[in-house]
Design a protein around this ligand. Structure first.
Ligand SMILES: [Zn+2]
Length: 476
């Protein structure tokens, strides 16, 4: 099959779009700023939902659904929130052929509609905590589409919890960030840096925002998940008070946290190559493909019987594709499954049947092995989890190799405007220094890592004392 993929070295951004389009993961829609998620992309989202949902339930959360439309007055109740979101909102002004008395915002996020309901549901400390998650679509107006990374409408989950104490809310915020970190690393095979956002990068209406940050192959950062401690800001805006154990009244504490279909973009940009998508086995709906190879009819009978028996054996444990299409040549099939990122390919030709072997090809390394027919099931069982771990390790080594400690503004600038990567540098905590770096390099503080070494130093911008290093990088 003809692969129309621009090599990464030629144009990384074009490569990304080519992979998404050619692997049939998503396509542009007739509506500017919106995308269509095709079955190959949606299958990945289904697995992300499945695994994350289990993790949410395991940590005590339940799912619910709130309306798409939010009254304008709700949006305006929390000052920072409306300032942050209003410019990118789509607003419904007409319904049923008539102008509405009050405009309705298409949700850019659901804090306001959810907290208007929590006001009805929370009376006493006995009603707390509320641990609700919602799987939904949201809309933030965008004209410059990048499939999965930046579109007006996207799919996500948003957790919205209510707590009696500040400590409990903080604990929840960190717990969910850790769920995201575990999910990113163990399922997506994407190593992430967990930490706190600076004041200027936090969510509109939050007290603290925490994030996980991943490094893409072009060495830019991608924020892969956020968790916000909202303090009492939304409870005050919606007047949600509860009677505490002592009989007094106080405002409820809130958190919210989310990940979106952006994770699919992160997955592509972390692992894929010039042949197309590379999927970690846990994110492949069908991790194995068998391709029979034959020319003559007498070869066909033998090869198909051999391949079919193997297909049945492997199907007991795995979802396997048996590519017995006659209208395509083997070379075309290989390229197609490579493009779609199927983790393991098994090729069976007449000679393999004679020798009682199969050919096994790993998508991530493209390494080819001859395996005994008797051993192949065990080899598949063992290779899939090993591939999952090795993909994470490879991405971690890349992130490490491209993270640089610097001690001066010039060194920071050299790296960001040169080869790129994460820059680990001292920062005094002043927003003015953050702005100066951003203006000079377009890099922002991705986060203040939790696991940074506590070491005193001097801010790379102003030289004032710093308590530790933060991560600067350009980002998606
Ligand atoms: Zn400074």
């Amino acid at each position: 099959m003809a692969k129309n993929i621009t090599p990464r070295a030629t144009d990384y951004s074009k490569w990304y779009t080519d992979v998404v389009i050619q692997a049939k993961m998503a396509d542009y829609s007739p509506v500017k700023g919106s995308m269509v998620i095709r079955p190959n992309g949606y299958a990945i989202w289904e697995l992300i939902q499945k695994y994350l949902d289990l993790m949410f339930k395991d940590t005590g959360h339940v799912n619910a659904y709130f309306p798409l439309l939010i009254p304008e007055s709700f949006m305006k109740k929390e000052a920072e929130h409306v300032e942050g979101f209003a410019p990118e909102c789509a607003v419904v002004t007409h319904g049923g052929g008539q102008e509405l008395e009050e405009s309705l915002y298409i949700r850019p996020t659901s804090e306001t509609i959810i907290w208007s309901m929590y006001k009805k549901w929370i009376m006493s400390y006995r009603d707390l905590p509320i641990l609700i998650n919602q799987w939904a679509n949201v809309m933030r107006w965008e004209m410059r589409t990048r499939l999965f990374l930046r579109t007006s409408e996207f799919l996500w989950q948003e957790g919205h919890t209510a707590h009696a104490t500040a400590e409990e809310a903080e604990e929840e915020t960190l717990k969910m960030l850790n769920v995201y970190k575990t999910f990113a690393e163990e399922y997506l095979a994407i190593p992430v840096i967990a930490g706190r956002k600076s004041e200027s990068e936090k969510f509109a209406g939050a007290v603290h925002t925490y994030s996980i940050e991943a490094m893409m192959q072009d060495k830019k950062a991608l924020q892969a998940g956020t968790s916000h401690n909202l303090g009492q800001n939304f409870a005050r805006a919606f007047d949600v008070q509860f009677q505490n154990k002592e009989g007094g009244r106080q405002y409820v504490y809130a958190t919210s946290w989310g990940v979106s279909t952006r994770l699919i973009g992160a997955l592509i940009m972390t692992h894929s190559d010039d042949n197309g998508l590379v999927l970690p086995p846990k994110l492949a709906q069908r991790p194995v493909v068998i391709v029979p190879i034959y020319r003559k009819d007498e070869e066909k009978t033998k090869v198909m019987a051999y391949a079919d028996a193997l297909y049945r054996e492997l199907s007991e444990k795995h979802k396997v594709i048996f590519d017995d299409r006659e209208q395509y040549k083997p070379g075309y099939k290989f390229a197609e499954w490579e493009l779609q990122g199927i983790p393991l390919r098994i090729e069976i030709g007449p000679r393999d049947v004679e020798n009682n072997k199969v050919v096994l090809v790993r998508r991530d390394t493209m390494k080819k092995d001859f395996v005994d027919r008797q051993a192949i099931a065990a080899v598949v069982d063992e290779t899939l989890p090993r591939m999952q771990v090795e993909m994470l390790e490879r991405a971690r080594a890349f992130q490490k190799a491209n993270t640089h400690k610097v001690e001066s503004f010039d060194a920071l600038k050299d790296i960001i405007s040169g080869d790129g990567g994460f820059v680990s540098a001292h920062w005094c905590g002043d927003a003015a220094c953050e702005t100066r770096v951003k203006e000079a390099t377009k890099a922002t503080i991705r986060n203040i890592p939790f696991d940074r070494d506590e070491e005193k130093g001097a801010c790379v911008c102003c030289g004032k004392p710093s308590e530790g290093r933060v991560i600067f990088s350009k980002a998606y």
